[in-house]
Design a protein around this ligand. Structure first.
Ligand SMILES: O=C1O[C@H](COP(=O)(O)O)[C@@H](O)[C@H](O)[C@H]1O
Length: 255
């Protein structure tokens, strides 16, 4: 059985204010460190939950005007995984983030810098992955001097089979030790062609937050946290490998 992670459970109404606090705490840390907040986001259910957290004012009785606010001018957004489809396709994680969050940031506010995939490589997932890795190299410094890119925060989802990013249970991609960005052409969840951050890149992030919402996630979470088998699923491997970087023991209620 895996080591217990920092795990918090909230009622539906409390997810957004707590996620907001968690993300903005990481923003504060990152801006202190290097005046930029580099975050990798997942698709699936995350963009909607994140939008609710960031776009609505905090509802906790203890919040006040001094509470941190998103400073999108300092955000650089990357994708933890992406499907090899056009950027306006219904399956695109970028399209989802755009419709749920990016398009709703008031136009009078500074906008984040967003790094979507390059659509010219849609038919060739390996080339798509190589190009996205090159983009990361250009942002996080030359590959020679940086062993792994250091995201300030990676926000992950947890699929009902225990997958995270586009790292699926028992898939050979889980054994990758070198590349930063991987391609997959046989994703068990459609669409088949995708790119994904590798496990070592995910584990290297300064902070990693899983956001799993809804009744439907109960069974898989129980498996991940309470069984040997669950510990070997991609979400379980992230929990095991990332240790205290998962969540933040701070002031968040314990599960
Ligand atoms: O296919 C994907 O699924 C996972 C999990 O999605 P969810 O809807 O169960 O939250 C998501 O994190 C990933 O980015 C996406 O490509």
């Amino acid at each position: 059985m895996g080591r217990p992670p920092n795990l918090y459970a909230f009622s539906d109404a409390d997810v957004a204010p707590n996620l907001r606090k968690y993300v903005l705490d990481q923003q504060t840390e990152a801006l202190k460190r290097h005046n930029v907040f580099r975050v990798a986001l997942s698709g699936g259910s995350l963009p909607k939950t994140l939008a609710k957290a960031l776009l609505s004012p905090p509802s906790s009785p203890s919040s006040d005007d001094n509470d941190p606010k998103p400073d999108f001018s300092k955000w650089e957004i990357f994708y933890a995984d992406e499907r090899c489809v056009p950027l306006d396709h219904a399956d695109s994680n970028h399209a989802l983030l755009r419709s749920e969050l990016l398009d709703k940031i008031p136009p009078n506010l500074p906008q984040p810098k967003v790094h979507p995939i390059d659509e010219q490589y849609l038919d060739d997932p390996q080339e798509m992955a190589d190009q996205y890795e090159k983009l990361l190299v250009s942002v996080f410094a030359a590959r020679d001097s940086v062993k792994l890119p250091l995201f300030d925060l990676i926000l992950l989802g947890c699929g009902p089979d225990g997958h995270t990013c586009s790292l699926f249970p028992d898939h050979p991609l889980l054994r990758e030790t070198d590349a930063w960005v991987l391609s997959i052409a046989d994703s068990p969840k459609p669409p088949a062609k995708r790119i994904t951050l590798s496990l070592p890149v995910v584990l290297h992030a300064a902070k990693i937050g899983f956001v799993a919402t809804g009744e439907g996630k109960k069974g898989i979470l129980k498996k991940i946290f309470e069984t040997e088998e669950g510990g070997r699923l991609p979400c379980g491997l992230v929990n095991e490998g990332a240790g205290e970087k998962i969540g933040d023991a701070g002031s968040y209620p314990r599960y």
